[in-house]
Design a protein around this ligand. Structure first.
Ligand code: NAD
Ligand code: UDP
Length: 312
């Protein structure tokens, strides 16, 4: 049985990860400051043998002895990460620095949840891990993008200098049950709007693309990455290469919910990437991983979740 620390464990992805790690027979310490996550996401795990919930902010130092660390703490929705951008940068930079310190002292493996945002508004399509990105270092998204880039840099320096068993995954847009109703990301926004019969807010003309991965696929990828040999740092892209415009997504959601909502167009936020699609060759070859859940199937599960949540 391993002792595993999951920072950001009460968030959308973190809660699914805690569940999976417990099912695999591990002890899980779920650490969160509940900024964009909620106790409700892990309520069902409280009282289960092996599960501990700790309220802590990763920008403050923390002391613990563990075998593995999944460092997920960081708001992922643009609405949340831009609300307090300085705290977002501190979370990625100080948070990762503190977690790497624990990994160094206890010889734990550490997996850093990085993001496709390190590619910024990409000029290469699809994006392989070798692409260095096109990030605006001073824009509204930079607290998140540059924070995550700095976190990657710290992981590689701790690996090179201190031999820390660091692993970096670059996660592409992920969706599924337990996204917050007011999360602000596109999949939950469109579903909630469609179920409530409100206007569906498309930013820009809706021609920008994203590749959407269902959360269960991501969890499998994270666990496989952690299980790789100690010297393998990545970075590895984890995402579903299926690529859709926001207009296509909106039409799909309206059709699948049977909603009468109208599509309305709103200004495109600054630096919004025009396209995004992962090259997952490395994940396929090194992790023997590829996503299994097509968008329609994942959307159905997510719609069912929100129907229940909104009682509609
Ligand atoms: P989320 O916002 O639901 O979860 C993040 C969790 O971190 C929340 O529970 C939040 O309360 C917690 N947190 C934030 N700041 C903290 C701090 N200072 N100290 C302790 N806890 C803190 O987002 P998510 O979608 O579950 O994302 C999880 C991780 O995966 C994040 O690091 C995110 O950057 C990364 N990621 C997610 C996606 C995606 O599409 N879901 C894509 C790329 C990267
Ligand atoms: N988006 C949209 N309507 C919304 C929320 C988002 O059209 O209500 C767009 C947004 O401008 C972006 C895409 O959907 O082009 C994905 O946005 P999200 O916030 O989910 O993630 P990210 O931009 O970080 O990939």
């Amino acid at each position: 049985m391993k002792q595993i620390l999951v920072t950001g464990g009460a968030g959308f992805v973190g809660s699914h990860l805690c569940e999976r790690l417990l099912e695999d027979g591990n002890d899980v310490i779920c650490l969160d400051n509940f900024y964009s996550g909620a106790k409700e996401n892990v309520w069902h795990l409280i009282g289960r043998p092996g599960f501990e919930l700790v309220r802590h902010d990763v920008t403050d130092p923390y002391r613990i002895e563990v075998d593995e660390i999944y460092n997920l703490a960081c708001p992922a929705s643009p609405v949340y990460y831009q609300y307090d951008p300085i705290q977002t940068t501190k979370t990625s930079v100080f948070g990762t620095f503190h977690m790497l310190g624990i990994a160094k002292r206890t010889h734990a493996k550490i997996l850093q949840a990085s993001t496709s945002e390190v590619y910024g508004d990409p000029e290469i399509h699809p994006q392989p891990e070798t692409y260095r990105g096109n990030v605006n270092p001073i824009g509204l998204r930079s607290c998140y993008d540059e924070g995550k880039r700095c976190a990657e840099s710290l992981c590689f320096d701790y690996h090179r200098i201190h031999g820390v068993k660091a692993k970096v995954v670059r996660i592409f847009n992920t969706y599924g049950p337990r996204m917050a109703v007011n999360d602000g990301r596109v999949v939950s926004n469109f579903i909630v709007q469609a179920l409530r019969g409100e206007d569906i807010t498309i930013y820009g003309d809706g021609s920008q693309t994203r590749s959407f991965q269902f959360v269960s696929d991501l969890i499998e990828g994270l666990v496989r990455m952690m299980a790789t040999e100690d010297t393998f740092t990545g970075p590895v892209n984890l995402g579903n290469p299926g690529e859709f415009t926001m207009l296509e997504l909106a039409e799909k959601v309206v059709r699948m919910t049977g909603s009468r909502s109208k599509l309305v167009f709103r200004p495109l936020p600054a630096d919004d990437p025009k396209m995004r699609r992962p090259d997952i060759t490395l994940a396929k070859t090194h992790l023997a991983w590829e996503p299994k859940v097509p968008l329609d199937e994942g959307l159905k599960k997510t719609i069912d979740y929100f129907k229940e949540k909104l009682r509609v």
